[in-house]
Design a protein around this ligand. Structure first.
Ligand SMILES: O=C(O)CCC(=O)C(=O)O
Length: 259
């Protein structure tokens, strides 16, 4: 069975800036991936003791080599929120980035048979205290490090059922068409990375309510974010970003071609 995008799927992605493929991984696979994610978290926590700690807008970050750990805001700043990149922390995650259910649609999007990894991250969003992600685009983070910022499609793998209660992923449909938009200028250190709200219409927001094991392909320019997780359920996700072959990864500069 071909895993490439159909013409209809491709048109949807081009017009809307995202595409959902539901239930791509079985319950057993999701269970196993959750264990891999938690192993990666434990490993990151152990390494953090030797990392370099810094604060941006009072939010704690720790750099361990090329891996950046982001923590929840105080008073939960002992709880990990994001690990980027995460694939080197667990063998199952490094295999996952080559899974054809993820990479064949990316080949369709890039119209390239040969692709490489740009970056990947675990977004943990724990029950009760998992903070939200303000509306932003990924491309402004990357534009200074990658000369092909139009060629960096993302894949979001949902590791838990997600809906409004646990802060499901959200996109502003079709907002990718303008390329990099201006950030907010509120004087904070991170403010510039959030998209100026006058540049998009929040009424175009789509809540992506999906089952664990589903995939969301989304354009690097689409405005996206999510609400906090105030529920008693996990909302974990793995986001992987690709590029054409032979290009260096973000941060490490190592080339990681996907065969
Ligand atoms: O995990 C989410 O809900 C949003 C993630 C996100 O916006 C990001 O990692 O850039």
């Amino acid at each position: 069975m071909s895993l490439f995008l159909s013409k209809k799927e491709n048109n949807f992605y081009v017009n809307e800036g995202y595409l959902v493929r539901e239930n791509q991984f079985t319950t057993n696979e999701v269970d196993s991936l959750r264990k891999a994610l938690e192993r990666a978290v434990n490993s990151a926590e152990e390494k953090a003791d030797n990392g370099q700690v810094y604060y941006l807008d009072k939010k704690k970050f720790v750099d361990v080599g090329h891996i950046t750990l982001q923590y929840e805001p105080q008073p939960n700043d002992n709880v990990l929120r994001v690990i980027e990149p995460a694939h080197s922390l667990d063998k199952e995650l490094s295999s996952l980035i080559k899974d054809k259910r993820i990479t064949d649609p990316v080949r369709s999007i890039l119209e390239e048979e040969d692709i490489s990894l740009w970056t990947d991250k675990l977004n943990l969003k724990r029950p009760g205290n998992g903070s939200g992600f303000g509306w932003h685009q990924d491309s402004p983070y990357w534009v200074h490090d990658n000369k092909n910022v139009d060629l960096l499609p993302n894949v979001y793998l949902s590791l838990d059922d997600a809906d409004k209660a646990n802060g499901c992923f959200r996109v502003i449909r079709a907002s990718h068409k303008e390329g990099c938009l201006p950030g907010t200028s509120n004087g904070t250190q991170l403010g510039g990375f959030y998209t100026d709200p006058s540049c998009f219409n929040e009424t175009d927001a789509v809540d992506i309510r999906i089952k664990a094991g589903s995939l969301v392909f989304f354009n690097q320019h689409i405005v996206h974010g999510s609400e906090p997780n105030l529920s008693d359920q996990q909302r974990r996700a793995y986001i992987i970003t690709y590029q054409p072959k032979d290009q260096p990864m973000l941060k490490s500069g190592v080339i990681n071609n996907i065969n």
